[in-house]
Design a protein around this ligand. Sequence first.
Ligand code: HAM
Length: 421
Amino acid sequence: MLIQAPKGTNDILPEDIHRWQHVERMFATLCAQFGYREIRIPVFEHTELFFRGVGETTDIVQKEMYTFEDKSGRSLTLRPEGTAGVVRSYIEHGMSSQAQPVKLYYNLTAYRYEKMQKGRYREFHQFGMELFGAADPAADAEIISLLALFFERLGIGNLSLNLNSIGCPVCRTDYNQILREFLSDRIVTLCETCRDRYDRNPMRILDCKEESCRQQVKQAPALLDHICEDCRGHFDALCSKLEIMGIRYAIDKGIVRGLDYYTRTVFEFVSRNIGTQGTVCGGGRYDGLMEACGGPKTPGIGFGLGVERLLMEMESQCLEIALPEPPLIYIGSIGDRAIAAVETMCCDMRRKGISCVKDVMGRSVKAQMKYADKMGTRYTMVLGDNEIESGRAALRDMKSGESKDISLDSLTDRLLKFKEA
Ligand code: HAM
């Protein structure tokens, strides 16, 4: 039987890779402009990290992690997101002694055992960013403004920015009680996982994907209406900074986010064009996460942006991304002397930075030219015994159809000039 890619995974084929490379380049450039440095973390971590980092009562930890035992019996988990790993790395490498704030970005794959649908995969790609050490709402505003600029540079016009505050552990204790009271006569209609969450962490019920639970929490009291004075001050300051920056937002009291670590600011950039999985980017503040993972008390804020969803959004808005240039020249060969000469010429040209292709299959010149045509090289040339002896050959411009008789010695310089033009 033919082996296929596992459900929920996707190959990114050469026909598509330019779209990925384009957004990756744009993201890396933007991050550098805001003073962020790239970090790369392992694909798997000790399972315990996500229990502590993401939260034991979240859907991710309870239902979606790819957890396995390695040959030594350690429990390891494929990262379901990037934040916990980056926080672990910050602590492990003593980054608290570096100049603060520490600003990191990443481009990684993440793994969640989720129900497959358009825009929701089991292996997916995230661009992300974490800013450590800054508790001020200016940090929240900067992260959001970076995203707004990213979308603007990509030409994406109409994502809505939805904003909420889910307070701090102080306001949440009171709110949890209010929520329990609201849910007390609805418990029987909740899914089994949420019944367990009722005592342990009722806020998680607000984020459950089960339809029955979603119905029950529609009228639930909003945390934003119950946050403490400090959290309210932080939220109001963020809102006014966004207004000063000209960034439009909507307050959405329903955003709770699917991870336990958030405090205060939570936000999402949502698309109306790409179906039910319209959240292109989600993030927020997590001032208690570093301590929960065993590190020094350090505020943090960041986001994760789904690259598949970003590209879907760009496609839905018909945003064209230029195809990469094919190699500049194909040099065909007829006969052993020409084969040897073409090999030497290609080595020399590549060393000088010219992209060139030649036959590696011992094919007829007709087959070689057919291949060159499919690749779309700008120029072609064919060398045989006559060309080797005379030191001259026809350089064919495939765009104009014109051929020019040139000396082989001048070929590299001509192509270099063309490249620079
Ligand atoms: P998240 O909301 O779980 O947050 O994921 C961020 C983004 O990743 C989502 O908005 C979505 O675009 C994409 N995403 C999530 N799950 C899938 C999936 N199954 N298939 C395709 N795309 C998906 C986090 O992961 C946090 N670590 C974000 C963060 C960083 N908060 C603070 N710092």
